[in-house]
Ligand binder design. Sequence first.
Ligand code: SF4
Ligand code: SF4
Length: 281
Amino acid sequence: MHSKPKVLWIDAVSCYGCSHSFYNYPQIKEILNKIDLIYHPLLPTKEFEIKSSDILIIEGAIKSNFLRLGFDLIDLIAKLIKLSRKVILIGTCSVYGGMFGEGILFNKEDKGKFYKCKDKIISIPGCPPHPEWIAYAIEMVLNDKKILLDSENRPKEIYSYTSHMGCVRNEYFEWKVDAKNFGEKEGCLFYEQGCQGPYTHSSCNKILWNEVNSKPRAGTPCFGCTEKTFPRKDLFKTETFMGIPANIPLGVSKRAYLTLAGVAKSLTNERLNKRLIDEDN
Ligand code: SF4
Ligand code: SF4
């Protein structure tokens, strides 16, 4: 009988939110049955030992002079990466630094301490990442399938979208009809509530959370939690300059954006406006 692939899940500087997100994966038991989980900080596993693994999963950021499991964290990560076949970085902290420090692959915008190990790394940013994204990366590696990655080692299948794509408020975005408050059923959250959907690589509005919802669908702006700039200041503000967003939605030229926005603002979509009036009443 073949032995099961060895998976070692290590916590660096973490809040364990990424682990908790994975616990929400409906088929988690099937995945756990397929692997030999040699260590996880929260699930029942054997005592930690420095060991080789087929998949090393790293949750959390790195920091100098930080002890983890009795070892210097950065030395420990270096040893474990060397002893692993594939590395999956789970969460924005692990990929870019996020809330807690430096990432493994990047230090915010710059190359990170382990950038040289890029060839064996898969990045799954998100704070936390969706459980299906985590499961996707694990399953693809377990099944020896090729994952198409972008320049930051994120699977294209998940991160070639923006959170804006698939949002049910897109028509309001197009017609520049704004939600005035959090939680309103109608209106787009971009101009007045700081929604980062048009700048954020994620499939939150395609692969829904708990299979039912996403932040913008529920009336909360996307915070851009999958990005290297997360957490940014002024979470609920879209920077504008003379009424024009300082950053234009990804992939759109300023000229195209301004032309479309100008046309939309000069015209009215009666159906959308009626919905807004109905909601007020
Ligand atoms: S990415 Fe977010 S959820 Fe994951 S460890 Fe960092 S702060 Fe916690
Ligand atoms: S609420 Fe956000 S994600 Fe939805 S359409 Fe507006 S900008 Fe895009």
